[in-house]
Ligand binder design. Structure first.
Ligand code: SF4
Length: 374
């Protein structure tokens, strides 16, 4: 049987953070959430008809804030999945969670439904930075939610951090790393802030004072080195884990494996096509098609995507795998274009594998846009 990942988008938040352009509706809940869950279950039933011959080995609830669903909502979605798909025993079931949105009882019930991995949004351990980001919680809230998750039986916990945020310094970021690692989560994600159009930060433009590029680079390198020294390997540009705790679901994205996304703004890669839903929640609830993009991936695009995604990972591109898939040598296609970056120490080729060095990761978007044909 072929393997399939499933992503469920939960587009509800208590309040919109200042940097966020994810599809999430703040302050809308109650009946709307219940209707949305019904629409998800209907959508799952429809899609499953195309998925004979697949077994599901990862499920991921992202958002938004999935922990604004009731336990009963989670149960309805998980039942729809088990009724319609072949779910493997040992399937990784992750949910994102915001501090202060899930108490001990709630987390116990989630765990007993089979959710076995929790990804908690911390972003910073410094109160001034949390306020600047517009987060609804304090660091103490995070510590409480984390403790409740452990008490509820979660043995696989991830936390999200951000660097390059207002008021942050290398020292304050170091304090965040100290605070978080003292709790010993299994997995840590660390993202650089991107200022997106249409967000409060995007509207502030020059009024927004951020750490400069040198400071951001220092934070990125500090993060990599600090976490490596404490047993967290960087397996992807923004993701660090203790051995064996890498996110199996997210690895599917970077390895170009198949997944189906359900809900508004969810993306899918299935049957050689990429498709994405719009943000139109009202149409979705009414059961109408909200697919807004559907593309068959051509062989040339597949090769570009493959390099772009694999190079996000520390393992990089194995030349033998590249040859098996595309019938061409990696070096013969990209060797010349990568040569100057290899000379500068941004790209490393050894043991028939090409990958970014730590400093190369920091400017990987620039290098990839230079070498790939988009
Ligand atoms: S909690 Fe997450 S999804 Fe919700 S507004 Fe903040 S960053 Fe966006």
């Amino acid at each position: 049987m072929s393997k399939l990942g499933i992503y469920i988008h939960v587009p509800f938040c208590l309040q919109k953070c200042n940097y966020c352009d994810f599809c999430s509706f703040a302050g809308r809940g109650g009946e709307l959430i219940s209707e949305y869950v019904s629409a998800l279950c209907r959508d799952i039933g429809r899609a499953a008809q195309l998925c004979g011959g697949y077994s599901v080995d990862t499920v991921y609830f992202g958002g938004g804030t999935p922990t604004l669903l009731t336990v009963r909502d989670f149960e309805r979605i998980l039942c729809a999945l088990t009724e319609n798909f072949s779910i493997e025993s040992g399937c990784e079931v992750s949910s994102e969670c915001n501090p202060a949105t899930a108490d001990l009882q709630y987390l116990r019930e989630l765990r007993s439904l089979g959710v076995d991995r929790l990804s908690i949004g911390l972003q910073s351990a410094n109160e001034n930075e949390l306020r600047a980001l517009g987060r609804i919680h304090s660091y103490a809230d995070f510590v409480e939610t984390y403790g409740n998750a452990r008490a509820a039986g979660f043995e696989n916990i991830s936390a999200d951090l951000m660097y390059g945020i207002p008021e942050q310094t290398v020292e304050s970021f170091s304090h965040t790393l100290d605070s978080l690692t003292s709790l010993a989560p299994e997995h840590i994600s660390a993202y650089g802030l991107k200022v997106e159009e249409g967000t409060p930060f995007g509207r502030m433009k020059e009024g927004l004072i951020l750490p400069d590029e040198d400071a951001e680079y220092d934070m990125y390198m500090l993060c990599t080195e600090y976490l490596a020294a404490r047993g967290y390997g960087k397996y992807e540009i923004s993701n660090f884990a203790r051995a064996g705790y890498e996110s199996r679901h997210n690895i599917k994205y970077w390895r170009g494996e198949e997944y189906l996304g359900f809900g508004v703004s969810a993306h899918s890669y299935f049957g050689g096509e990429r498709f994405a839903n719009s943000r139109d929640i009202d149409r979705y609830i009414r059961g109408l098609d909200i697919t807004e993009e559907r593309r068959v991936i051509s062989p040339a695009e597949r090769m570009t995507e493959y390099v772009m995604l694999r190079m996000r990972m520390s393992e990089g591109v194995a030349h033998s795998d590249f040859y098996e898939r595309f019938g061409r040598g990696f070096q013969s296609v990209y060797g010349e274009r990568l040569a100057k970056y290899t000379d500068m120490g941004y790209v490393v080729t050894e043991n028939c594998r090409t990958r970014f060095s730590d400093k190369g990761f920091f400017i990987s978007n620039y290098i990839l846009s230079d070498i790939l044909d988009f």
